[in-house]
Design a protein around this ligand. Structure first.
Ligand SMILES: [Zn+2]
Length: 242
């Protein structure tokens, strides 16, 4: 339920819009959110199943875990994106004030940015003048702050999508533990979860352009560790007669 996996990877300074990179970021956030749902719910239901064969208890624990996880993800995401957007808005307001109060200084500043990117002073000046004539505010927001003022991330949308991603991932271990006969519950869940994690690990490695083998290994080992730990806890509770 670490919302860092879904939030911070996705939008810091990354205004989302129709661009390919932005879509890729949202997709990656979705895969990571699903991953969170798989691992945390798998750990939860395996732990409960190791302690009891009571299906109602298992179902209740699973649903409660999924709800708590999805809400926690949504709240974390909402807070994170709102904070980000507040600071982006403050920067944009400051830029707007500066453009109003010191237009000459701002024009020189914009030209300097294009000179620093490699344009000649004459071309940089001309680019800055034309952009300023067209839409000074957007030009400054993009060049100086890396922000598109029309496309700030919506915190509600971010919250909803991370809750949905988490829930979709979380349903897999819940179905895996409830579907088979009681004695096969835990092995079936282990197998289904590790296979699903191999898939999400592979997809997120591909989206992120990193090494697939290592990404898959990390996420599969992480999931196996989570289930092994909660299985041990459930067994202890069972043995102790809790
Ligand atoms: Zn400026």
């Amino acid at each position: 339920m670490a919302r860092t996996t879904s939030a911070s990877g996705a939008h810091p300074h990354e205004p989302h819009g129709d661009s390919f990179a932005a879509k890729l970021n949202w997709l990656r956030a979705g895969v990571l959110g699903a991953n969170d749902g798989i691992v945390s719910t798998a750990g939860l239901v395996v732990g409960v199943a190791a302690a009891t064969t009571d299906t109602a208890a298992l179902f209740t624990a699973g649903i409660a875990g999924i709800s708590a996880g999805a809400i926690s993800m949504a709240v974390g995401e909402y807070v994170s994106v709102s904070t980000q957007r507040d600071s982006e808005r403050a920067l944009l307001a400051k830029e707007r004030r500066e453009l109003r109060d010191e237009p000459d200084y701002e024009l020189a500043e914009l030209a300097a940015i294009y000179r620093a990117k490699g344009l000649t002073p004459e071309t940089a000046r001309k680019v800055a003048e034309e952009l300023t004539a067209h839409d000074a505010f957007t030009a400054h927001a993009e060049a100086e702050l890396g922000l598109n003022p029309a496309e700030l991330t919506n915190p509600w949308q971010a919250a909803l999508s991370s809750a949905v991603a988490f829930t979709l991932g979380a349903l897999l271990p819940l179905l895996a533990i409830l579907s088979p006969p009681v004695t096969a519950r835990i092995p079936v869940t282990f197998a289904a979860v590790l296979a699903a994690l191999a898939l999400t690990g592979s997809v997120s490695a591909r989206l992120g352009g990193s090494s697939r083998g290592r990404a898959v290994l990390r996420v599969v080992l992480g999931g196996a560790l989570a289930m092994a730990v909660t299985y041990g806890i459930g067994q202890l509770a069972d043995v102790a007669g809790i």
